[in-house]
Design a protein around this ligand. Structure first.
Ligand SMILES: *[C@@H]1O[C@H](CO)[C@@H](O)[C@H](O)[C@H]1NC(C)=O
Ligand SMILES: *[C@@H]1O[C@H](CO)[C@@H](O)[C@H](O)[C@H]1NC(C)=O
Ligand SMILES: *[C@@H]1O[C@H](CO)[C@@H](O)[C@H](O)[C@H]1NC(C)=O
Ligand SMILES: *[C@@H]1O[C@H](CO)[C@@H](O)[C@H](O)[C@H]1NC(C)=O
Ligand SMILES: *[C@@H]1O[C@H](CO)[C@@H](O)[C@H](O)[C@H]1NC(C)=O
Ligand SMILES: *[C@@H]1O[C@H](CO)[C@@H](O)[C@H](O)[C@H]1NC(C)=O
Ligand SMILES: *[C@@H]1O[C@H](CO)[C@@H](O)[C@H](O)[C@H]1NC(C)=O
Ligand SMILES: *[C@@H]1O[C@H](CO)[C@@H](O)[C@H](O)[C@H]1NC(C)=O
Ligand SMILES: *[C@@H]1O[C@H](CO)[C@@H](O)[C@H](O)[C@H]1NC(C)=O
Ligand SMILES: *[C@@H]1O[C@H](CO)[C@@H](O)[C@H](O)[C@H]1NC(C)=O
Ligand SMILES: *[C@@H]1O[C@H](CO)[C@@H](O)[C@H](O)[C@H]1NC(C)=O
Ligand SMILES: *[C@@H]1O[C@H](CO)[C@@H](O)[C@H](O)[C@H]1NC(C)=O
Length: 549
């Protein structure tokens, strides 16, 4: 603000523009200047002001009611500040206002019904505040309104049917509030709508079957985390501009309609509903119908989808990053064509009924971060090709019928945070290569297998590891004292093996451990007194050993 000094005329100050004729301020643009303090009521004296932008500063205090004197104001934005208090009802004096931005502040109280008298207002940004109360009926009179974004507030009550009159509205974004009841049928008459977002409210009811015909311009439909029920309207396929189909976390039932006409579809998130028939119907027909090379996310987790994964799955979209089919009733073998989805970063088919081997060519999906194949009926080996997935952070193969050895190649997965092989039929030694994955932090889960041999002293490489569960194997010998170097270890479960010897050597440095289960082994000697100093210890089980003294 160096330029704001008396040695030059205020019309030359940066951010200030004056009218040529009167040399009076008409334009004030003061964004991103780290300004703080309050907005003085004197602002109301700038009676020729047409454009006023204070967004992205640190202003606080109330919005002065004098703002209502600025009847020439067309653009007014306080977005990204720390304003408090209510929206002054005097704002209705700004009769020429086109844009009102108060988003991302700490504004409380109701939306004043007087706002609705601003018949030229087109854009209202009020997301991320603490607004409460209902949406005023009078909003239905704002015939110029193009955008209403009031998500992330505390607004409640029923949505006013009068808003169906807003025939210029393109964006209605009212997510993360406490709206109740149904979406008024009149809303489906706003054919100009492109963005229709109501996630995380308490809305209910059935969507009209002709939704896609009545809202032909729809691009973004987000109804996530409500209590909508009934079928997904088949007419959705007529909304051919659709990009986002987000209905997760509702009670939708029945068959998912064809998506074949939706060539721009990028995000499909229909998880956690009651869709599908457990395979009685051809549940995944809609997956085969997808005809959008732009698809990035396909998430159908937590429904009643049954049947086999079609071979055509590999042709869905080379752009697909996230593929989540977890927690359904899918069965049969996993088609090798999955390897064609080479942009995949997240692949979850866990908690289904898949059989057969894990296709080795999954190892070609080199961008994978998370691979979840748990809770199926997979048989055969853990493919050594998984070692090619060097970006993998989560490898979850628990609760299957995998046998053979742990492939040493997994040691190449040097980004792994968690490796979970729990409850399989895996045998052989713990390969040293796996103990070289020093990134392992969340957990190494190898319990309920048939692993044998010792716990190698190289376990000390895992110095970020917070959980080691090697229970219920056939491991034997003494625990190496180097285990004591794993000082991040909060949980150590090695129950149900054949370990022996003295426990002091490896336990004494692990002073911040919370859970220790050494039961059902052959440990001997005295129970060390230093355990009394383990101040975070919540669970300690030493039973069924040979301790004495
Ligand atoms: C006032 O602002 C002008 C323009 O930025 C600058 O050149 C001048 O040095 C400033 N004067 C004082 C006294 O700060
Ligand atoms: C500006 O507004 C304030 C407060 O409304 C008022 O007291 C003051 O007289 C006004 N000044 C001028 C120059 O109009
Ligand atoms: C508000 O802040 C966000 C995040 O910093 C930024 O992306 C956005 O452009 C800002 N909005 C305005 C109107 O300055
Ligand atoms: C708000 O408007 C009312 C009447 O329209 C007026 O009496 C009052 O002074 C205004 N308040 C402010 C703070 O400008
Ligand atoms: C909408 O505007 C009409 C005409 O100006 C008016 O009669 C009516 O009361 C307004 N509705 C609401 C809810 O304010
Ligand atoms: C939708 O608009 C049509 C034509 O204007 C009208 O006849 C119908 O009653 C409206 N439906 C609803 C539910 O508002
Ligand atoms: C829905 O709820 C889940 C779980 O609470 C949350 O992770 C997700 O972000 C929510 N989605 C939307 C779109 O609000
Ligand atoms: C779905 O319906 C069931 C049974 O009517 C109900 O218990 C459950 O709360 C509903 N879930 C949602 C997200 O509305
Ligand atoms: C809606 O889509 C269906 C199925 O794709 C098609 O048969 C029908 O002609 C479409 N209707 C309109 C009005 O475009
Ligand atoms: C897929 O969409 C393209 C247009 O992008 C169209 O030409 C083609 O016929 C569609 N294929 C199918 C099988 O519907
Ligand atoms: C996948 O696409 C390729 C190339 O377009 C085609 O040759 C192949 O038949 C398709 N596979 C399936 C199962 O649809
Ligand atoms: C992938 O893994 C297999 C088996 O470990 C190996 O033979 C192959 O060379 C690897 N491919 C690449 C590209 O690293």
């Amino acid at each position: 603000m160096d330029s704001w000094n008396d040695s030059i005329h205020f019309c030359q100050w940066s951010g200030v523009t004056c009218s040529l004729r009167h040399q009076r301020v008409i334009f004030l643009d003061l964004t991103f200047l780290k300004l703080e303090g309050s907005l003085a009521p004197h602002i109301g004296n700038l009676s020729l002001l047409r454009y006023f932008d204070l967004s992205s500063n640190y202003f606080s205090g109330d919005i002065p009611g004098e703002i209502g004197n600025l009847y020439r104001l067309r653009f007014f934005s306080l977005t990204n500040n720390s304003f408090t208090g209510e929206i002054p009802s005097n704002i209705s004096g700004c009769m020429n206002l086109r844009t009102l931005g108060i988003a991302n502040n700490m504004i409380v109280g109701p939306i004043p019904p007087s706002l609705a008298s601003l018949s030229k207002l087109q854009y209202i940004y009020m997301y991320r505040n603490h607004l409460s109360g209902n949406l005023p009926e009078a909003l239905g009179n704002m015939s110029s309104l193009v955008l209403l974004s009031a998500s992330r507030n505390g607004l409640s009550g029923r949505l006013p049917a009068t808003m169906g009159n807003l025939q210029s509205l393109r964006v209605m974004s009212l997510g993360v509030n406490q709206f109740t009841g149904v979406i008024p049928p009149t809303f489906f008459n706003i054919s100009s709508l492109r963005t229709f977002e109501f996630p995380s409210n308490q809305l209910e009811g059935v969507l009209p079957q002709d939704l896609g015909l009545k809202l032909p311009n729809l691009q973004d439909l987000n109804l996530a985390n409500n209590s909508f029920s009934g079928p997904i309207p088949t007419s959705i396929s007529n909304a051919s501009n659709l990009i986002w189909l987000g209905i997760l976390g509702n009670n939708f039932t029945g068959r998912v309609p064809s998506l074949e006409n939706l060539n721009r579809l990028s995000f499909v998130s229909i998880s956690f509903n009651r869709l599908g028939s457990r395979g009685v119907d051809d549940d995944l027909r809609f997956v085969r119908s997808i005809n959008s090379s732009k698809l990035k996310l396909l998430s159908i987790q937590g429904n009643n989808f049954g049947g086999n994964l079609p071979e055509a799955i590999g042709n869905i979209s080379s752009k697909l990053k996230k593929f989540n089919f977890g927690s359904n009733w899918l069965s049969g073998r996993v088609p090798a064509s999955l390897e064609n989805l080479h942009s995949l970063e997240y692949l979850n088919i866990g908690d289904n009924q898949f059989v057969g081997g894990i296709p080795a060519n999954i190892g070609n999906l080199w961008q994978l971060n998370k691979l979840l194949l748990h809770d199926n009926k997979f048989t055969g080996n853990v493919p050594s090709s998984l070692g090619n997935l060097t970006m993998l952070t989560h490898l979850i193969l628990a609760h299957n019928y995998l046998d053979g050895k742990i492939p040493p190649s997994l040691g190449k997965c040097q980004s792994l945070l968690v490796l979970d092989l729990t409850d399989n039929l895996i045998s052989g030694n713990i390969p040293l290569e796996v103990l070289s994955i020093s990134s392992l932090a969340i957990g190494l889960y190898i319990s309920h297998n048939q692993l044998s041999g010792p716990l190698p002293r190289e376990i000390s490489n895992l110095n970020k590891l917070t959980l080691l569960d090697a229970s219920y194997n056939k491991l034997s010998g003494e625990i190496p004292s180097s285990l004591g170097e794993c000082t991040s270890l909060g949980t150590l479960y090695i129950r149900g093996n054949s370990f022996l010897g003295n426990i002091s050597s490896f336990l004494s440095p692990l002073t911040s451990t919370e859970n220790i289960d050494l039961s059902s082994n052959n440990f001997s000697g005295h129970i060390p007194a230093f355990l009394g100093k383990f101040q975070f210890l919540k669970y300690l089980n030493l039973s069924f050993n040979q301790f004495e003294g």
